[in-house]
Design a protein around this ligand. Structure first.
Ligand code: GRF
Length: 195
């Protein structure tokens, strides 16, 4: 699921294609017809479904459509890779323990919008990114993987956001693999990550 540039989406696709992640990205869902993620899906040959949030007055209705798309593709796991909408219990309940989000801060610090700006405003010297399972509280839920990123004296919003994103691309495939391992109670599933 993506709303913006889709660099995390592409990182996941690349991790599956010749990278360490033993998985397949079968579908992208976007909520914005002109987002970069949609172009990337085209280039990468991944089917892309548009569910424009402006067509739905209720968040639940959007989530119902999104969940129906995933059900039709029989997906095992859903990744919110820069999905800029709050998801409702409709989607969360459809994918318990199977819905992963990436957030540009070291949670539980700086939840919500503009986590990079929040970190700069707070004057922290260390921030980063978190991949976690989605629960009903926004930017909460069990943490899967985190990466720390130092805040440099020379940083502005753009430079810090770019270094955090590079780490998001690195940790997201591992978070997907860990989520898959958690789903296997006995830990005997085919490892989703190699090497
Ligand atoms: C990422 O930084 C993610 O943490 C945030 O939105 C951004 C999406 O970037 N939620 P992209 O669309 O994957 O390039």
């Amino acid at each position: 699921m993506a709303s913006g540039q889709g660099s995390n989406f592409e990182a996941l696709v690349r991790a599956c294609r010749g990278g360490p992640l033993n998985a397949e990205v079968v579908q992208l869902v976007v909520n914005n017809p002109v987002c970069g993620a949609r172009q990337r899906a085209k280039r990468l040959g991944i089917p892309c479904q548009l569910h424009d949030h402006r067509d739905h007055s209720l968040r639940q209705d959007l989530d119902r459509q999104v969940a129906a798309s995933f059900a039709a593709s029989d997906v095992d796991l859903v990744v919110m890779a820069g999905w800029m909408r709050i998801v409702t219990p409709v989607l969360i309940a459809a994918y318990p323990g199977r819905l992963v989000n990436i957030h540009p801060s070291l949670l539980p610090s700086f939840r919500g919008l503009d986590a990079v700006g929040q970190a700069l405003a707070a004057g922290v010297t260390l921030t980063g990114c978190t991949a976690h399972l989605v629960e009903e509280v926004v930017d909460a839920g069990p943490i899967l993987v985190q990466a720390a990123v130092p805040v440099l004296l020379s940083d502005n919003h753009g430079s810090l956001a770019a270094r955090i994103q590079a780490q998001e691309h690195r940790i997201l495939p591992y978070a997907v693999a860990l989520a898959a391992l958690r789903l296997d109670q006995a830990g005997a599933a085919t490892p989703a990550i190699q090497g």
